[in-house]
Ligand binder design. Structure first.
Ligand code: CUA
Length: 354
C-alpha cells in the first residue's frame, strides 16, 4: 500500500510540474497551453476525449469490482462451494461492443486531427532543421540564413519545419525535434525529411528539446525558440542577410580574431570570416545568442569562456575538443570576438529568464 501511495504522489507531482506556469512567455513547458498554437488546442481537445473515456472506464470497472467484492463476499453463513455461473451472452456482447465503439471514436477524432494538422499551409515560411550530436542547425531556406540552437520566429506566421538528421554525407544518429509547449515531436532521421507545421500565436521564449535518445548528451540537446513581432523578425532577417564581419580595431578583438582563425575557423562557419563545415554550429550571429552549449547555459562570459576552453568537460560526448593550450587571456579574447558578431538593435535576452 505504501509503495502504491508513493507512486501516486510521484505521478501527481509529475503532473503538477508538467503544468507549472513557466517563466518568460507564459506556460513554457505546458503542452496544454491553449494560447501558444492551434496545434496545442487540437491536441488538448483530443486529450479531453481520451481522458474522459479513461475516467469512464475507470469508474465502471472499479465500481463493478467494488460492487461484486462487497455483494458476493463471504458472510460466514455459507458452507461448501457457492453457486457457479457460466457466461452471460448479453454482458459479453456489451463489454466487447462498448470498448470497440470507444476505440473507434478516439481513432476517428485522432485521424481527423492528424489530417488537419498535416495539411500544408500555402506560403508558410520553411525552416530546415538538422539534428546533430548534440545540437540543432536551423536554416531559413527562403532567406539563406543559418543559425544554431536558437529559432527566431515571427508571431502569427505559419512555419513549416523540414526536419532531418546529419547532412547526407556526415553520419549522424536519429534525433527528434520538439518545441514542448508549441508543437508535437517529429523524428530527425538521417536521409529522410519529415515535416511539421505550426503557427506560433504568443510572443515569448519556448523550450525545445531532442526527444529521441541519441547518446551521452541527449538530455543536453536543447534549443530556444523566440517568438517575436513580425517587424522584429524582419529586422533580424534583414540584418542577418546583410551581415558582414567587420575588421576589428580593438586590440582584444584583433587578438580574438587571430586566435579564432587558428583554432576555430577550420570547423565553424562565421560569415565573411570562415567557411567551416555544416556538421558544426554556425557562429555568425553569436552575439545575439542567449545560450551556450545548445541551450545549457546563459550566453555570458562565465559560461562561454570555460566552454571554449573545455567543452567536453562541461557536456558529455560533445565533439568539440578541449583547448588546454589556450591561456585565460586567449579564451577571453575569443569570447569577446564571438560576442562582437551580432545583428545590432536586437536583444532577444529580454525575452529570456533562466
Ligand atoms: Cu538528439 Cu536526443
Amino acid at each position: 500500500l505504501q509503495r502504491s501511495l508513493g507512486l501516486i504522489v510521484l505521478l501527481l507531482l509529475g503532473l503538477v510540474l508538467a503544468a507549472e506556469p513557466g517563466q518568460a512567455g507564459g506556460h513554457t513547458l505546458n503542452i496544454l497551453d491553449r494560447d501558444a498554437s492551434a496545434f496545442n488546442r487540437e491536441v488538448r481537445g483530443l486529450l479531453v476525449w481520451v481522458m474522459g473515456f479513461a475516467a469512464l472506464v475507470f469508474v465502471v470497472v472499479t465500481g463493478a469490482l467494488v460492487y461484486v467484492t462487497v455483494k458476493f463476499r463471504r458472510t460466514g453463513k455459507e458452507t461448501g462451494e457457492p453457486e457457479q455461473l457460466h457466461g452471460n451472452d448479453r454482458l459479453e456482447v456489451a463489454w466487447t461492443v462498448i470498448p470497440t465503439v470507444i476505440v473507434l471514436i478516439i481513432f476517428g477524432l485522432t485521424a481527423q486531427s492528424m489530417f488537419k494538422l498535416d495539411r500544408p499551409t500555402p506560403g508558410a515560411m520553411v525552416v530546415e532543421v538538422r539534428g546533430w550530436q548534440f545540437w540543432w542547425d536551423f536554416h531559413y531556406k527562403d532567406y539563406g540564413v543559418r543559425n544554431s540552437n536558437e529559432l527566431i520566429l515571427p508571431v502569427g506566421k505559419p512555419v513549416r519545419f523540414e526536419i532531418t538528421g546529419g547532412d547526407g554525407t556526415n553520419y549522424d544518429v536519429i534525433h527528434s525535434f520538439r518545441i514542448a509547449s508549441m508543437v508535437g515531436a517529429r523524428d530527425a532521421i538521417p536521409g529522410v525529411v519529415t515535416h511539421i507545421e505550426v503557427t506560433p500565436e504568443k510572443i515569448g521564449t519556448y523550450y525545445g528539446q531532442c526527444v529521441e535518445l541519441c547518446g551521452a548528451s541527449h538530455a543536453n540537446m536543447r534549443f530556444r525558440v523566440k517568438v517575436v513581432p513580425q517587424e522584429e523578425f524582419d529586422r533580424w532577417i534583414e540584418g542577418a542577410r546583410a551581415f558582414q564581419a567587420a575588421q576589428p580595431t580593438d586590440p582584444t578583438l584583433v587578438r580574438g580574431q587571430e586566435l579564432y582563425k587558428q583554432q576555430c575557423a577550420g570547423c565553424h562557419a562565421l560569415k565573411g570570416v570562415s567557411q567551416g563545415a555544416p556538421s558544426n554550429p554556425d557562429l555568425t550571429f553569436f552575439g545575439n545568442r542567449t545560450t551556450v552549449g545548445a541551450g545549457m547555459w546563459p550566453n555570458v562570459p562565465e559560461y562561454l569562456e570555460p566552454w571554449i576552453k573545455n567543452s567536453p568537460g562541461m557536456k558529455p560526448g560533445v565533439k568539440m575538443p578541449a583547448f588546454p593550450n589556450l591561456s585565460d587571456e586567449d579564451v577571453k579574447a575569443i569570447a569577446a570576438y564571438l560576442m562582437s558578431h551580432k545583428v545590432e538593435g536586437l536583444d532577444f535576452s529580454k525575452l529570456e529568464k533562466f
